[in-house]
Design a protein around this ligand. Structure first.
Ligand SMILES: Nc1ncnc2c1ncn2[C@@H]1O[C@H](COP(=O)(O)OP(=O)(O)O)[C@@H](O)[C@H]1O
Ligand SMILES: [Mg+2]
Length: 250
């Protein structure tokens, strides 16, 4: 579903991603872990074109998003194609990013209406089903400001799912939450994984990574240092830096 090859990305003189390659198979859940500043968010944002890459190639669901030319620079496909391909990916941010002036339901139906051009009446039943799925149908007409962090994040997940993505990208979805609220969000994500959603999850939740992810990758200083099936990753981390990171986290 996702093939990222030799991604290079700099902000000015600072090389933030240095030859990062990662493949995600259909239905696979991959957890990305690593210290702050290692490039995890930038990598996720590059996959769905919130940032552009300098080098390397990205293929989504069999379609090229960016290819590397003879000089080694990345070239994106036409803007229209970029937008269409990126719609296959839904993203959930640490900070929820809900529209504060819209109700929960309006937040969810907004993109299907404006981006996909669907009619309000057609979208509402689907939105309500998604709200029921994340356990928040009763909050349908509430404004985000009246919700807890865990509820906001579950609405954000429902909003991403309303676009019917093939792939879900999560960037530290529980990092802004009080500890007692992380469980409800992780439960929603676990259910998605059981439904075979393809998921790439940046997280500090080692329990979630161990139990739900098929594979765990470790990033440090812009490089993908280690990648292994979850059980093996935690039982036998190969690299010294992975070992040091896990000692600190567990
Ligand atoms: N828009 C930006 N402009 C300049 N530097 C950035 C920008 N975004 C991220 N960085 C830098 O890139 C590095 C990686 O950041 P990030 O991808 O957010 O790491 P992580 O998510 O692993 O904490 C950091 O040094 C960060 O300061
Ligand atoms: Mg980050």
């Amino acid at each position: 579903m996702v093939q990222a090859q030799q991604i290079g990305k700099s902000f000015g003189p600072h090389r933030v991603l240095d030859g990062v390659s990662l493949d995600l198979a259909h239905g696979e859940v991959v957890a990305v872990i690593g210290p702050s500043g290692s490039g995890k968010s930038t990598f996720l944002r590059c996959l769905n074109h919130l940032e552009t890459i300098d080098e390397g190639s990205i293929t989504i669901d069999g379609e090229a998003l960016a290819v590397q030319d003879a000089s080694g620079r990345s070239q994106y496909v036409a803007d229209r194609e970029v937008r269409r391909i990126c719609r296959k990916m839904g993203m959930v941010f640490q900070s929820f990013n809900l529209f504060p002036h819209m109700t929960v339901l309006e937040n969810i139906i907004e993109a299907p209406m404006t981006v996909k051009g669907l009619r309000r009446e057609a979208v509402i039943p689907k939105a309500e089903a998604l709200l029921a799925k994340v356990g928040l149908l009763a909050k349908r007409d509430s404004y985000p400001g009246r919700l807890s962090g865990g509820q906001k994040q579950r609405v954000a997940i429902a909003r991403a799912l309303a676009m019917e993505p093939e792939i879900m990208l999560f960037d530290e979805p529980t990092s802004a939450l009080d500890p007692e609220l992380t469980g409800e969000v992780l439960r929603t994500m676990r259910e998605l994984a059981h439904e075979h959603m393809t998921m790439l999850v940046v997280t500090h939740e080692m329990g979630f990574a161990r139990e739900v992810a098929n594979r765990v990758v470790f990033m440090d200083q812009g490089r993908l240092i280690e990648s292994a099936p979850a059980a093996q990753f935690f039982a036998h981390p190969q690299h010294e830096r992975t070992q040091a990171f896990l000692r600190q986290m567990l």
